[in-house]
Write a protein that binds this ligand. Sequence first.
Ligand SMILES: Cc1cc2nc3c(=O)[nH]c(=O)nc-3n(C[C@H](O)[C@H](O)[C@H](O)COP(=O)(O)OP(=O)(O)OC[C@H]3O[C@@H](n4cnc5c(N)ncnc54)[C@H](O)[C@@H]3O)c2cc1C
Length: 599
Amino acid sequence: MGSSQSSVSAMPPKGKRVLIIGAGPSGLVALKELREKGFDATVLEKASGVGGAFRVAYDHMFLTISTKLMGYSDFAWAGRPRYAPRAEYVEYLERYVSFFQLEDGLSFNTDVTGAVLKGSGKWEVEAEKDGKKMVMTADRLIICTGSNHNPKYAPVPGFTGETMHSSDWRSNKQVAGKRVMIIGNGESSADIAADSAEIAKSVVLWARRPAPMGPRFLNQKSGDELSSMEAMQLKGSRTELWELLETVTTSPVSQLVSPKAYSNMRLEWFEGTLKQANYDTAHLAAVLFKNACSSVEDGFKRTDQIFAVTKSLRMLTATSQGKMDLVIAKKAKYEGKKVTFSEYSQKNFEWPVEASRVETYDVDVVIMCTGFKNDFAWLKGVTIDWNCRNWFKNCIPPGYEDKLAFLGWTRPHQGGIPACSEMLSRYLGQIWSGEKSLPSNWKEQGQVDKKVAESYYKEAADYLTVVDYPSFMESMAKLVGCEVRRPSIFNLKRFVQYYTFPTYPAWYRTQGPGARPELIERDLQNHTMFEAIGPGGLTFSWAWKKAIVQVWLVNPLFYAFSFFGIMGKGMGNGWYWAKSKKYSGLHGLNMRAKDVVAP
Ligand SMILES: Cc1cc2nc3c(=O)[nH]c(=O)nc-3n(C[C@H](O)[C@H](O)[C@H](O)COP(=O)(O)OP(=O)(O)OC[C@H]3O[C@@H](n4cnc5c(N)ncnc54)[C@H](O)[C@@H]3O)c2cc1C
């Protein structure tokens, strides 16, 4: 951790009062970055402290990405990478506040009830603080209220039992002895299902469509992910980077793997590497993955790039231990406390299942892990399209670029929201202070980015906030002017680390505005050269059969196509170089092979 603050710009922009709503990871970094640019910024937060969703979430919530990728660029999380429990992340945020002396910019217990953009161009913001109404004015508003805030409920017509949303979940004591049905197969449903299975009378998890689930660990050490995460917290435990899923999905070198080979390796690896620790879970993951891939066009070719993979195997472990049922079926019919599923495609390990199968479960409580929706009825005087993909970089709504921004609507499927919000905050600071302008074609570019994102994540059509970490960060770095300074090949250790480690936020401080190259340097010193590709890593532990395919067949093809990339042909999103021109430039980043191979 650094010992001094980043530099504060010399001339404060006059009359630029900014109100930031929400003190989660996005609001805090906005406060810090805008203050550094001289803005008079304040955060209004309805809770009594920082942390946002992490402050109120359930007992067994662990980060789905490691502490290394969840840290901010100039406040790296010290120590080895871990999947930390949520409470520890809140502590990290508290340390961030105190280190950058942000306390006086935070107004807790302040519930914003309305915001109106007046004809004068100023915002009038109404809030309730400790039971008292207050009105504030601001030149600009940043909404950091979280995309995980307003529950979206699933219809359960005819069901007479209890219903709850994942946001109401605190611990499995809530379902002790009950017959539970969980709807959805994302990260919170994976945790809730696994925890319920410990204590409930019965658990069935229902999803209409199969979603691929991936492990957080590449070398699951024990039978279950939760105990592996708990073991990670113990003093003296050491996790190597190659053990973490994010290493093979967010490092620059991972951008070079062809999608087909990656997909093959992934399927084999489920049944290969994880087999030693927990064969049944791995096998079930593979069955689910295959079901998901086969259910959509191009599924086997594009895997991660078409779905949003759930980074948890916990509920699959519970299923394979016979503690719960996994039902993938198109229809559910409710009658009193009975739920009948039909049009199955998978039941536990069985896939495909006879489509004519019909099964009925007794259910006391339905837990809806069906996500969240935007609710901005309190925002007045603006006409905005609420599909965040219409906002430049999922942040700046056209027509209000000097008035309003949203942070937190960028959820990388590998990588963290905080790093994306930080990059966007740095950019907002620059454009709102007049230091930089938006690109002349930003509105058109925003529409192109939207179309590409829609085709890319086409099987996660409702998941509008999802972004691809490497390309999003790189595209923002180009705007901010802080592209990573790649180490020289003569500094071999750093060079290898650059290509094989995930691109941690601190890399975006190696040059440009707010540069503090010593931060990543300090961090890398604690790691060995080959830690991300070490023994048992990518090359060896990913099933040997497909590794041969990758090495002997696919890589030469890849390099041949890369050659054309180097010659100037667009490389698409970094992986989609050969498929079709339509996959060009995720997040406006028309990456070329030379950007990765020879930057
Ligand atoms: C199981 C699970 C694991 C996850 N793991 C990760 C992970 O590893 N990495 C990751 O990046 N994300 C993870 N997430 C998602 C995580 O919730 C978000 O990354 C994070 O909370 C986003 O931060 P934010 O600041 O944008 O919003 P939030 O954390 O939701 O904060 C919004 C804040 O706004 C406040 N607020 C809302 N409305 C008002 C109002 N009207 N007035 C005043 N204050 C208001 C809220 O009280 C809250 O404090 C996970 C989520 C789950 C469920």
